[in-house]
Design a protein around this ligand. Structure first.
Ligand SMILES: [Zn+2]
Length: 445
């Protein structure tokens, strides 16, 4: 055979092979699509067509999703409600139980997944798929009913980006839509190549700054040490692959970041929120007005929270940096872990101030976190309240957001205690290693 003919035959065979492969792929895709449509049909036909549950509130705090709602179900005599669950169902029919508490009164069944704001559905654990959130009710006569969820909250569709792990992220879209006139809440999880430019994993907030030095001991200022520590921590976290945002980097002017300007457009509260991070670590050094020169580590956590991570932070800092837990008992929850909420005396002082400054008092309760970086970056989950009614302050644009950062404030030690201060100045790296280790094990467990 001539060489030319041989090449012709090979080319023709190759073209036939390509056509065959493309045909098989189209056929497969077509089949998959048909199966997905069929499964969606089945899923929606399994729902109770008479009643739909209402979503009153849904929140994302840090990496966790929680929801609250109710449904009107007329009471049928002789039949009671045996169990209530919120489940995530994907089109393959796989069910994941979120667990929830419920209460049935006057034909209204209310349900909630919220126990601790940093627990609930771990968005980081969801694998790539399309899910529907459904209410599952089992009745005492063994009837199982599935109800769809309709958005009755003031929150629209939401996008969440998972923490960077092995240079990879998932994009999670929480959307409200309807299928054959049945409203539903869908959660779709897809992989993305790169986080959008304005989306970060973690915020580090070096306390104070600008004209606000924080505590002082000799020539040492809290704001300067906190900044040095923050830069070390940023480097450590970035070397673990996280995308890290600093609320200030030392270039701020002397006028900026005073107590009144933290709520401004470029203040630490709004920029932290705008970074779409999941975790915020605020770094401080303590001071005291008392004569006792106490020392040691204090990690402040939000209230209504599981404290495991706060405990881990305190333990790792104490062990790595060879320091001690603070001996302070006020607000203490466990070794080195503190939850400071407004006390009745604080609330009264706030009300008096509001009256004097002529603004409507904030709605503060004894479960509202006292420390503003913890409270204001948590949105509705932590009862953020700086909404502009006090004209002396700016506005937290995100005070009403249903998406909050899981925030911790760490007092590394006491500025006024020379042993603490020297240890921090000499061993910043070890203190920050304790925090970095905690974050790495927190997100990889
Ligand atoms: Zn401070």
């Amino acid at each position: 055979m001539k060489k030319k003919t041989q090449i012709r035959i090979i080319v023709v065979l190759f073209i036939i092979l390509m056509i065959f492969l493309i045909y098989t792929k189209i056929k497969n895709d077509h089949n998959k699509e048909a199966i997905a449509v069929q499964q969606t049909k089945e899923l929606f036909s399994s729902l109770d067509q008479n009643y739909t549950a209402n979503i009153n509130k849904y929140i994302i705090y840090g990496t966790h999703f929680n929801i609250e709602g109710n449904i009107n179900i007329p009471k049928i005599s002789g039949i009671s409600i045996y169990s209530v669950d919120l489940i995530l169902k994907n089109i393959n029919g796989d069910e994941m139980n979120l667990g929830c508490t419920h209460n049935y009164k006057n034909s209204v069944l209310s349900f909630s997944t919220i126990t601790e704001i940093n627990k609930g559905l771990d968005l980081e654990s969801l694998s790539q798929s399309n899910y529907y959130l459904i209410l599952k009710v089992i009745y005492s006569n063994d009837d199982i009913k599935y109800y769809s969820l309709k958005n009755d909250s003031s929150y629209e569709n939401t996008t969440y980006y998972t923490i960077t792990k092995k240079s990879s992220n998932n994009k999670i879209d929480i959307n409200f839509d309807s299928y054959n006139n049945i409203p539903y809440m869908g959660i779709s999880v897809t992989q993305i190549n790169k986080l959008p430019d304005d989306v970060y994993d973690i915020v580090i907030d070096p306390g104070h700054g600008g004209s606000d030095t924080g505590a002082i001991n000799g020539s040492n200022t809290e704001s300067s040490i906190a900044l040095q520590c923050a830069k070390i921590l940023k480097q450590k976290l970035e070397s673990s692959g996280y995308k890290v945002f600093l609320t200030r980097d030392g270039t701020e002017s002397r006028q900026e970041l005073t107590a009144n300007s933290v709520y401004d457009e470029n203040g630490r509260v709004n920029t932290a929120q705008a970074s779409h991070s999941k975790l915020l670590i605020s770094l401080h050094l303590n001071s005291t007005t008392g004569t006792v020169k106490q020392g040691g580590v204090e990690v402040f956590s939000p209230s209504n929270c599981n404290l495991d991570f706060a405990k881990l932070l305190a333990k790792n800092i104490v062990e790595k940096a060879n320091t001690s837990y603070s001996a302070v008992d006020t607000y203490k929850k466990s070794d080195g872990v503190y939850v400071r909420n407004f006390t009745n005396a604080d609330i009264l002082a706030f009300k008096t101030k509001a009256k004097k400054d002529n603004y409507e008092p904030y709605n503060i309760t004894t479960s509202t976190p006292y420390l503003y970086m913890i409270r204001e970056t948590g949105g509705i989950a932590t009862n953020a309240f700086v909404d502009g009614r006090n004209k002396n302050y700016g506005t937290n644009k995100y005070y009403n957001s249903n998406i909050g950062l899981e925030s911790y404030l760490i007092e590394l030690g006491y500025m006024v205690n020379d042993t603490d201060l020297q240890n921090i100045i000499n061993n910043k790296d070890l203190y920050m290693q304790g925090i970095a280790d905690s974050i790495n094990s927190f997100y990889n467990s």
